[in-house]
Each structure stands twice: as structure tokens, then as C-alpha cells.
Design a protein around this ligand. Structure first.
Ligand SMILES: [Zn+2]
Length: 372
């Protein structure tokens, strides 16, 4: 199987053992899951299905960022406890993923479950001389990590823009370098705080995923990713702090999923141009929603329109229509070939479309997780 690796910027033949470890960055549970989330988790779902089909065992972990700036801000706005907000949104998310037929993950650990691991990782970063304390916070010193930028391939100016957009606070006067990022920070009066050697506080965003990935899957993960917007700063920072502490490669293959837009802009909470998974599942059967998403290659950015849902519905109806009595082995092989070529689901669907009348499509659809 061949897959595009963000870091090496090429399609590579995967070299995997019997057990494949995967980590896809999960949600911050403060709002409902939208199509951008669905596209990411569906990609990791289909990848797992094909790897299992090839005989691998897969262990996919998807974290829950249940403490960070966003969820604390939203809880403050709503006047609720942040963990009550998290509980409500996690159950909505689980229902959406179940509705879409996404394979259950091996573990769905919460950031708040990893405070001891986070503190230990920060201690190791300080010991290794890649972190420093200033103004009651602990920062990662990017200048001490020679490979900083090797994943995102961004220049310093581009990094600064993205860091600012993603809560990186480059103007923080305590930082030695505006690109340095927070590992631990003092909590505000109404924020949760955990005891630490550096005073009560809470973790930075990136260290949460490093701590959970190392705890759940070990020092080197086979496949790690999420939406393309996580490449920088989130994944660049995860890799820097993890590799600085362990001395080992953090990730073997970085797999990122393109962004889904609506009305000419990236779907995002700040723009309010979201299509929610639950909304689509009310409008169409799950198989049609899955087929609508699979009609786009995972790696490209694309824009959602209602025509996508029509395509999904049309395919679901066509596939369900003619019960297959002809052997479907050749079709299944075509779908496997398409998926092995950088997970080309649109090509897999075209193969199913083109199958002669009466072909048994069941095994091919099952490999794509489409349950008519
Ligand atoms: Zn993450």
C-alpha cells in the first residue's frame, strides 16, 4: 500500500509490521462535529479497514482535548462547568461517528487523564535543556530542536502567522523566541488547575497529544495525523517535544486530510459556515453521506455542496438496486488497487459504478464501510 507522507512530501510504499499503531487528533468537545471532522475520521476509518483487509491488526487512538483555551472559553460563555460541556459534546460526537459507521477506536483518552504523564514529559524536556521556565509558565525552546519546520516545510514568517492564528501568542513577553510554545501555564482564577513543581496550572495544547500518544502507543507511532490545518503548529510542536525527550522518531508516516469548505471558505467555527454531521444524517441515510464524502480524495481540499449529497444518494440507490449474482472478486480487487494507491476512494467508487450489471458489490462496499 502506498500513502502520501506530509513530512517527506511524497507517496511512499508503507513498510508496516503486523500491528499498525495510529493516532488521529480528536475533537475539542465544545461544539458539534462538522463535515471537516467527518472527512478526517472517515479517512482513518477506511485506512484501517484496508490495513485489516491486508492482515494487519490496527490500533487507532483518537484523543479528546477536554481542557484547552477553546473549551474553557465556551464553558465560560455558557456559564457551565467545562467537563459538563465536554460530556455533552463527547456523547454527541460518539453518536455522530456511530451514525456514520466509523470503526470504534482502540482508545479515546482524554487530555485530563494524562496530567501525570504531561508533567513527567515537561520535567524531561527541562532536564534535556529544550524547555525553560518564565513568568510561571514552561515553554519549549524551538531553537534547541534542529528539525523544527521539517514537517510543515514552512518559513519562519509563515510559522509566526499560523502560530498567532492558533492561540500561540507570539507576543508573550516571557518567550525567548516568539515561536516558542507553552508546555505548562498558570491557570486563570476561573480555570481548572493542577498542582505541579512550577505552581498550579494547566497544560498547553500540543503536550497533551504527545503525552497521550506516548502513553497509549509508545515512542514511535506508525501513522499520525488529522486535518491539514493541524500540521502547523500542532503536529510540528508535537514532533519537536516528543523527539527531544525520547530521542526517537515520533511518527513514521504523517497522514493529513484536506480541508472541507463551504461557500468559498474553510469550514470553521469562527466563520460559522458549518455543515454538521447530525444534520446530514437526518437528511440522508448514512451510506449516502459516506458515499458523498468518499467521492472526494482525502488529501485535497474541497467544497461541500448539496450536489455531493445528491451524488451520495444516487450511488446508494444504484448500488442497492441490483442484487448481485455475478462473482464480485474482480471488483473487490479493483477497489483494493484503488485504495492502495494513496487511498483513492473516488477511483474505488468509479470501479463500483463501472462494474457489470449483476456484479456482487457487497465485499467491495464492505471494504469501504458502506452498509446499504
Ligand atoms: Zn493532537
Amino acid at each position: 500500500m502506498r500513502l502520501y507522507d506530509t513530512r517527506r512530501r511524497e507517496i511512499l510504499e508503507l513498510e508496516l509490521g503486523p500491528l499498525v499503531t495510529m493516532y488521529s487528533c480528536g475533537i475539542t468537545p465544545y461544539d458539534a462535529a462538522h463535515l471537516g471532522h467527518a472527512a478526517v475520521y472517515l479517512t482513518y476509518d477506511v485506512l484501517q479497514r484496508r490495513l485489516r483487509d491486508l492482515g494487519h491488526e490496527t490500533r487507532c487512538v483518537r484523543n479528546v482535548t477536554d481542557v484547552d483555551d477553546d473549551i474553557l472559553r465556551k464553558a465560560r460563555e455558557l456559564g457551565v462547568h467545562y467537563l459538563d460541556l465536554a460530556a455533552q459534546e463527547i456523547s454527541r460526537f460518539d453518536r455522530d461517528m456511530l451514525g456514520l459507521g466509523i470503526l470504534p477506536v482502540h482508545a479515546e483518552p482524554r487530555a485530563t487523564s494524562a496530567i501525570p504523564e504531561i508533567l513527567s514529559l515537561i520535567g524531561r524536556a527541562l532536564d534535556a535543556g529544550v524547555a525553560y521556565e518564565a513568568g510561571g509558565a514552561i515553554y519549549f525552546r524551538v531553537a534547541r530542536f534542529a528539525d523544527f519546520g521539517a514537517l510543515s516545510h514552512l518559513g519562519r514568517d509563515e510559522m509566526l502567522v499560523l502560530a498567532k492564528e492558533n492561540g500561540g501568542n507570539p507576543d508573550d513577553p516571557h518567550k525567548l523566541d516568539p515561536l516558542d510554545f507553552v508546555l505548562w501555564q498558570p491557570s486563570l482564577a476561573d480555570e481548572p488547575a493542577w498542582e505541579s513543581r512550577w505552581g498550579p496550572g494547566r497544560p498547553g495544547w500540543h503536550i497533551e497529544c504527545s503525552a497521550l500518544a506516548l502513553r497509549e502507543l509508545g515512542e514511535t507511532i506508525d501513522v499520525h495525523g488529522g486535518g491539514r490545518d493541524l500540521i502547523f503548529p500542532h503536529h510540528e510542536c508535537e514532533a519537536a517535544q516528543s523527539e527531544s525527550v525520547t530521542g526517537r522518531p515520533f511518527v513514521r508516516y504523517w497522514v493529513h486530510v484536506g480541508l472541507v469548505g463551504l461557500n468559498g471558505a474553510k469550514m470553521s467555527k469562527s466563520l460559522g459556515n458549518l455543515v454538521f454531521v447530525s444534520e446530514l444524517l437526518e437528511r440522508a441515510p448514512a451510506a449516502a453521506v459516506r458515499l458523498a464524502l468518499l467521492g472526494h480524495h482525502y488529501r485535497g481540499d474541497w467544497t461541500w455542496t448539496d450536489a455531493d449529497l445528491d451524488d451520495g444518494r444516487r450511488r446508494a440507490a444504484a448500488y442497492a438496486d441490483s442484487a448481485g449474482t455475478r462473482d464480485g472478486t474482480a471488483l473487490l480487487d479493483d477497489v483494493r488497487v484503488a485504495l492502495d494507491d494513496d487511498l483513492d476512494a473516488p477511483a474505488a467508487l468509479r470501479a463500483i459504478d463501472a462494474a457489470p450489471r449483476g456484479t456482487d458489490r457487497g465485499p467491495a462496499l464492505a471494504l469501504l464501510g458502506v452498509n446499504l
